[in-house]
Design a protein around this ligand. Structure first.
Ligand SMILES: NC(=O)C1=CN([C@@H]2O[C@H](COP(=O)(O)OP(=O)(O)OC[C@H]3O[C@@H](n4cnc5c(N)ncnc54)[C@H](O)[C@@H]3O)[C@@H](O)[C@H]2O)C=CC1
Ligand SMILES: O=C(O)[C@@H]1CCC=N1
Length: 264
């Protein structure tokens, strides 16, 4: 990996912390990283933690605070001149970021929580970045899992809804699968183990298979069998499809609102 000489992580909560764990596990030297977070988060050994910037500029600044905090945080970064600003703020556009933080290049990123274990997805977009800083951004997130460049920033809110928020929806599905098992009489703890292992195995199989998930689903559903009966419930009036469309549309709409309020 092309290591940045210095990286500031502004905000090391759930997502910033997950990226930091992923980077350190992938071999980034802790001494290259400074976390700036007044919440005094727990960080890997050797990572410096400051409550606020204390002068100087890093090569890479990763912005990982809540989108609603951009206005409050930006003044403390007004004199910081990173070569690359990598923002993971949901909804907040590159132009909004560039107007507040004087970085050489701005790259927008949308990671998801499994980056902590190197199994995440990170979407990237950069309208005005130099090629070198695009490469730096890509090299930075590559050890965290899959990387996808998004052609148009207008698609970023949709990507955020799908892969950024997606783990939340999958975690909820695992719980719902287990609860449905409990409703059939299974003990709760056993149902939870069965649901989790089933999703883990099915996802790993789908990731490694040459066939689509639709073909794999048909392979589970032997004609006249019980899986088909269950799939008929999910497919009736496109019930599952409609539910997920509504789910992603609601998430995307929230990102649109966050972008509008960050624009000011
Ligand atoms: N949680 C997730 O799965 C994902 C989150 N994101 C984005 O990541 C960003 C952070 O979200 P979470 O980590 O979930 O939130 P969080 O609330 O867990 O973390 C935010 C962190 O910012 C810190 N903070 C507050 N004020 C600060 C300041 N003035 N300077 C520096 N740090 C400050 C807090 O102490 C906290 O540690 C958001 O913009 C969100 O859109 C993006 C993809 C996925
Ligand atoms: O829900 C949130 O605010 C963030 C954005 C993407 C995933 N989590």
């Amino acid at each position: 990996m092309t290591q940045p000489k210095s990286l500031w992580l502004v905000g090391a909560g759930n997502m910033g912390g997950a990226m930091l764990r992923g980077w350190i596990a992938a071999g980034m030297p802790p001494s290259a990283v400074t976390v700036i977070d007044p919440g005094a988060p727990a960080v890997p050994d050797g990572v410096r933690v400051l409550r606020e910037p204390a002068g100087g500029s890093p090569e890479v600044l990763v912005l990982a605070v809540k989108p609603q905090l951009l206005e409050a945080v930006a003044p403390s970064l007004a004199d910081v001149r990173p070569a690359l600003l990598l923002s993971i703020l949901a909804g907040v556009e590159e132009a909004t970021l560039a107007a507040r933080i004087p970085a050489g290049s701005v790259v927008r990123a949308m990671p998801n929580l499994p980056v902590a274990i190197g199994k995440g997805v990170t979407a990237l977009h950069a309208a005005k970045s130099t090629a070198a800083m695009r490469e730096m951004a890509q090299a930075l997130v590559a050890p965290l899992g899959r990387v996808e460049w998004i052609d148009s920033e207008t698609m970023f809110d949709a990507v955020t809804a799908l892969s950024g928020c997606g783990p939340g929806f999958v975690f909820r599905f695992i719980d719902a699968l287990a609860a449905a098992g409990v409703s059939l009489g299974l003990p709760a703890e056993q149902a939870a183990r069965l649901a989790l292992a089933t999703v883990e195995g099915a996802a790993a199989m789908a990731a490694g298979a040459g066939e689509s998930p639709a073909v794999l689903a048909d392979r589970v559903a032997s004609p006249g069998g019980s899986t088909r009966e269950g799939l008929n419930v999910l497919d009736r009036d496109d019930a599952l499809q409609c539910l997920l469309q509504e789910t992603l549309a609601a998430s995307r709409q929230r990102n649109v609102e966050l972008a509008a309020s960050a624009r000011g």
